[in-house]
Design a protein around this ligand. Structure first.
Ligand code: PLP
Length: 411
């Protein structure tokens, strides 16, 4: 008899996006003539920019040449990329890091999920609510979430930090001490951000309470406002308490290519069960060298090219393309009287559903009456009820068409 990890069985069967897909497919079957526009799943639509494509071609040629062929690379990433990351993403913002504090991986999702490997099953987890579902689900798998409530909304051992219009989407410090706090800014799904002062408050809290912050900065490239920190390490003392996760997915269109990185500062210490301090960096290094064999050379050359002068200029143009969608969506939805959040420094628009409609009711009406697909806020957590997420990642023409349909909609 082979026993499975029972924690996996605790996860509710259906996943938000598969529920959405089922509803959309059912509608399409009944209305094959409907031209449905998806502003739902947060995938990009712009192609990889020429500077990056060129770098990949060159890397492919290297792989086909006996003199320049590369086999297994360093599990932590090639130095050519780690050094570019440090110079471009951190040093330019006054943050000093060493190359061995950067771990290149195949995207933020895997690192965020895998980081639990080095955490005790006893750790208490806190998440902002609503939240990117990966944080909660991977902790369920790791046995840290406890039991799901009868209404399916809360896990007994997870501390939820509500973020709603009432607190301007700024989570309040927890009343019960968590060991690990997930923060994602700019935020998916609400599209909101934290100011320097607000983020410093979290770093100070983590230092006072010996908590660990897992900071997901997957949407950092969408920040325009100078008052918003790009990295948690811009905050005083953050290296002692925070791990940062970055991704090339939304920044440079790598959702299909796969590349990201994780910063594990060497000064960050955790504890073993006897109370002895343990450096997190060698633990994560051990985890990666054991379970991961590195991101492909070609993809790392592609990521490197995102930092070249031309690559940087071209990816900024793609980001501007999406942010134009965000502005247009936001303005037009506000003009028809909807209450809108986010969308200024993030590619997500968080809509307050009108007339007290539930998130799913609003989803159904938008699908049936406008043929537009979005994401019901409640799918991201209990505090997402009564909200709805639209993404700016669609094609410009589709976004304009969606806006026009919504403008003619009798809500
Ligand atoms: N973190 C957040 C908040 C996300 O929204 C996503 C993807 O949608 C990810 C991480 C995953 O990014 P990656 O494609 O690098 O795995």
């Amino acid at each position: 008899m082979v026993l499975v990890n029972d924690n996996y069985l605790k996860l509710p069967e259906s996943y938000l996006f598969s529920d959405i897909k089922k509803k959309v497919n059912a509608y399409k079957e009944r209305h094959p003539e409907a031209r449905i526009i998806s502003l739902g799943i947060g995938d990009v639509t712009r192609p990889i920019v020429p500077a990056i494509v060129g770098a990949m071609h060159a890397a492919v040629d290297e792989m086909g040449n006996a003199d320049t062929f590369r086999g297994y690379g360093p599990e932590q990433g090639y130095d050519f990329l780690r050094e570019r990351i440090i110079a471009h993403d951190f040093f330019s913002r006054g943050v000093e890091l060493d190359a061995d504090e950067i771990f290149v991986g195949d995207g933020a999702k895997s690192d965020l999920g895998n980081f639990g490997d080095i955490l005790s099953v006893k750790c208490r987890i806190a998440v902002t609510d609503p939240v990117y579902p990966v944080y909660v689900d991977t902790n369920v798998m790791g046995g840290r979430a406890g039991e799901l409530s009868d209404d399916g909304k809360h896990w007994s051992r997870i501390i939820y930090l509500p973020c709603t219009a009432e607190n301007q989407f700024v989570p309040e410090l927890p009343t019960e001490r968590p060991d690990v706090i997930y923060l994602c800014y700019p935020n998916n799904p609400t599209g909101t951000t934290l100011s320097r002062i607000e983020l410093q408050k979290w770093v100070d809290y983590a230092r006072e309470n010996e908590s660990l912050i897992l900071f997901d900065a997957a949407y950092e490239a969408f920040i325009h406002d100078d008052n918003i920190p790009h990295s948690i390490y811009e905050m005083e003392g953050a290296k002692e308490v925070a791990i940062e996760f970055r991704s090339f997915s939304k920044t440079a269109g790598f959702t299909g290519l796969r590349c990201g990185y994780t910063v594990v500062p060497k000064v960050l210490k955790l504890y073993d069960s006897s109370g002895k301090k343990i450096q997190a960096n060698p633990l994560w290094n051990r985890r990666q060298t054991t379970k991961f064999n590195g991101t492909s050379y070609i993809v790392q050359r592609a990521a490197e090219a995102a930092y070249s002068l031309l690559g940087d200029k071209q990816i900024k143009e793609s980001i501007e393309y999406y942010m134009r969608n965000a502005r247009l969506l936001k303005e037009s939805l506000e003009n028809i009287g909807l209450k809108i959040f986010g969308g200024d420094n993030a590619p997500y628009i968080w809509v307050k559903t009108p007339n007290g409609l539930s998130s799913w009711k609003f989803f159904d009406r938008l699908l049936h009456e406008c043929h537009i697909v979005g994401t019901p806020g409640v799918g991201f957590g209990p505090s997402g009820e009564g909200y709805f997420r639209l993404t700016a990642f669609g094609r410009y023409e589709d976004t304009i068409e969606a806006i026009s349909r919504i403008q003619h909609w009798k809500l």
